[in-house]
Design a protein around this ligand. Structure first.
Ligand code: KIV
Length: 271
């Protein structure tokens, strides 16, 4: 099967072709140059400069505090490191809600100052005007439905969304509206797998899941979670591929011991 591995550059059209060809899309977050270089070099299809940077990079308890300037800084570092992957940057909380002009201006800043290839925003019907207006400037837009962390204070919890029929129906309608408005893809976060599969089958554009089961067109995880750098966050959907927190901690302890015992530097490690 052609997995698009040899493709030099992934575009929004590539993702649509991948869906048509039944090739799953791989996506991870990254927020800095070094990690983005590793993730891109390993062959990831999409790098998301997620507003989860607010949690994993800045230590906030939600995604709400991160600013547009801070997102642009992260995206600039990621873009500098990336040769193949499509780089998508989140519009942070407060930079687009309820005002399509504001949404367009924020998106233009991300494209112009960071060199990202697309933006992502959260919400359904309520952001359709903003999606259309951003698209008038030729900026590709990814939607985000289900658990939308920027609305955490409305939801009150990080529990699975759209378990009830009414909310599930609304989510499907919102997904169709986002597709009609011109989104090139949608993220579905923490919703029942059956609903996510139904949405993916109803849309032509690729649907990327996080905690949304295997019936979607691709998967995304937060890099620091899947590498095991964060240990306190343990949702069922998270697969950890490393236990980096332990490994880094052990390396730091070894270094401290070597410094204290005068074992480092040795004769070969000095001038
Ligand atoms: O900010 C983020 O990391 C995200 C993913 C969870 C999809 O939006």
């Amino acid at each position: 099967m052609n997995t698009y591995k040899d493709l030099k550059k992934i575009t929004t059209n590539t993702l649509i072709e991948m869906k048509e060809a039944g090739v799953k899309i791989s996506m991870l977050t990254a927020y800095d140059y070094t990690f983005a270089m590793i993730v891109d070099g390993a062959g990831i299809d999409v790098i998301l400069v997620g507003d989860s940077a607010s949690n994993v990079m800045a230590g906030h308890i939600s995604t709400l505090p991160i600013t547009l300037d801070q997102m642009i800084y992260h995206a600039q570092s990621v873009v500098r490191a990336t040769q193949r992957a499509l780089v998508i940057c989140d519009l942070p909380f407060g930079s687009y809600q309820g005002n399509s002009k504001n949404a367009l201006e924020s998106s233009i800043r991300i494209m112009k100052e960071a060199g990202a290839h697309a933006i992502k925003l959260e919400g359904g019907e309520e952001v359709v005007d903003s999606v259309k207006r951003i698209l008038t400037a030729g900026i590709p837009v990814m939607g985000h439905l289900g658990l939308t962390p920027q609305s955490i204070f409305k939801f009150g919890t990080y529990n699975v969304r759209a378990k009830e029929e009414k909310e599930a129906e609304k989510l499907l309608q919102d997904a169709k509206l986002l597709e009609e408005a011109g989104c090139f893809s949608i993220v579905l976060e923490k919703i029942p797998a059956k609903l996510a599969e139904k949405v993916a089958k109803s849309l032509k554009i690729p649907v990327i899941g996080i905690g949304a089961g295997s019936g979607v067109d691709g998967q995304v995880l937060v890099l620091h979670d899947m590498l095991g750098m964060t240990q306190e966050f343990n949702p069922r959907f998270l697969r950890r591929y490393l236990t980096l927190k332990d490994d880094i901690s052990q390396a730091v302890q070894n270094y401290i011991e070597d410094v204290k015992s005068k074992n480092f530097p040795n004769a070969n490690e000095q001038y």
